[in-house]
Design a protein around this ligand. Structure first.
Ligand code: HEC
Ligand code: HEC
Ligand code: HEC
Ligand code: HEC
Ligand code: HEC
Length: 217
């Protein structure tokens, strides 16, 4: 055998060894394990507030989760469905309204620091109208989940099979700051595929693939 072939055989052997022979090792990650990763975001957006208290459906913002590979991050226009009117937390607005009442004047528009960042990204001026001096830019949200490029993952198949967002992403509606809940290892994927096939989901039989080629290019 040529040296290259030997190296490849060794690599594949190693992969099988790590992956299938010792279950504990299949939770190793190739690079570093990012479980719990919670990078600071450019705007302090809270899922606990929006998906929890306000009870917005996940797919109100992540509209693509059922139709495409990626769930997608909403554009600032989605936020403006509400933040055109909601310029600050209710308490702050109420404070200004009662102060204006005492001082016998019209209340000023109160814009909180975090919402101001949203308006800035949209290039709006103080009157909340587009400011020709400003250039709108998408908010630079920091990506939390990131599988290696050699793995194929598709939201559609999972959403259609009835796997809930929370099963993979955890109790998002209680997260003040988004974090990676699952370890995203190969063992995590494969174990759930086995378990789904054995138990079904909500009474439906499942046939989740265990073929290398379903998840690897
Ligand atoms: C259900 C999806 C799925 C299937 C089926 C699957 N893999 Fe993976 N595999 C993954 C994921 C996800 C990773 C990335 C893990 C990480 O980043 O830690 C991975 C990583 C790997 C790696 C890199 C080393 C490692 O452990 O991180 C090798 C090699 C590998 N897979 C080989 C295989 C082989 C061979 C098969 C078939 C026996 C297979 N995989 C089946 C999802 C899968
Ligand atoms: C009001 C809009 C909105 C709603 C509703 C919403 N999200 Fe999000 N989601 C966002 C924004 C904005 C980000 C990017 C900022 C961040 O990570 O916090 C995000 C990020 C995420 C991420 C991390 C993406 C990455 O970078 O890896 C996941 C996972 C997620 N959301 C899941 C959910 C789930 C599950 C629900 C329902 C329980 C939900 N979201 C409801 C707006 C929303
Ligand atoms: C079977 C597990 C699983 C389910 C169910 C699931 N996700 Fe994900 N999600 C992932 C994985 C894995 C990634 C990372 C994908 C990558 O890096 O390519 C991810 C990434 C994301 C992202 C980052 C952007 C993207 O699409 O890559 C968002 C947002 C997200 N998920 C939201 C949701 C929402 C909302 C639901 C429910 C409608 C949901 N997810 C259901 C596993 C899941
Ligand atoms: C369905 C309506 C709705 C949508 C859509 C929505 N929000 Fe909100 N958001 C609210 C409400 C209402 C509050 C204020 C709650 C309170 O009184 O504290 C709020 C509060 C906030 C706050 C906290 C403000 C502060 O100063 O404490 C931030 C930041 C925020 N939203 C960002 C966003 C972003 C970014 C998006 C789009 C990804 C978005 N929101 C989409 C209704 C919405
Ligand atoms: C919580 C359980 C769960 C997790 C975790 C999970 N899957 Fe799945 N996966 C399923 C189910 C259920 C199906 C659909 C099976 C069906 O339709 O019969 C599926 C389907 C798929 C499919 C479509 C091909 C097929 O088998 O029908 C791919 C590709 C896939 N998963 C890849 C992944 C990868 C890659 C990961 C890890 C990053 C992962 N899955 C994690 C449950 C899971």
């Amino acid at each position: 055998m040529q040296r290259q072939t030997v190296a490849i055989v060794l690599l594949i052997g190693l992969a099988f060894g790590l992956v299938s022979l010792t279950p504990a090792m299949s939770s190793w990650r190739l690079f570093d394990n990012q479980q719990g990763y919670a990078p600071p975001q450019p705007i302090a957006f809270s899922h606990r507030l929006h998906a929890g208290e306000l009870q917005l459906d996940c797919r109100f913002c992540h509209t693509a989760a059922g139709e495409s590979r990626h769930a997608g991050i909403p554009s600032s226009d989605t936020c403006m469905k509400c933040h055109k009117f909601v310029t600050a937390p209710y308490g702050l607005v109420q404070d200004e309204v009662s102060k204006a009442g005492e001082e016998n004047r019209e209340p000023n528009v109160v814009v909180s620091e975090e919402i101001a960042k949203l308006y800035e990204a949209l290039g709006l001026g103080e009157d909340l109208q587009p400011d020709p001096e400003k250039t709108p830019q998408p908010v630079a949200w920091v990506r939390v989940h990131d599988l290696p490029d050699f793995v194929y993952f598709d939201h559609r198949a999972h959403v259609h099979a009835g796997v809930s967002c929370q099963k993979c992403h955890g109790p998002v509606e209680s997260m003040q700051q988004m974090r990676q809940f699952s370890d995203l290892t190969m063992g995590w994927c494969v174990n759930c595929h086995r378990e789904s096939n054995a138990k079904g989901i909500e009474g439906h039989a499942m046939d989740a693939s265990l073929d290398c080629a379903s998840c690897h290019y």
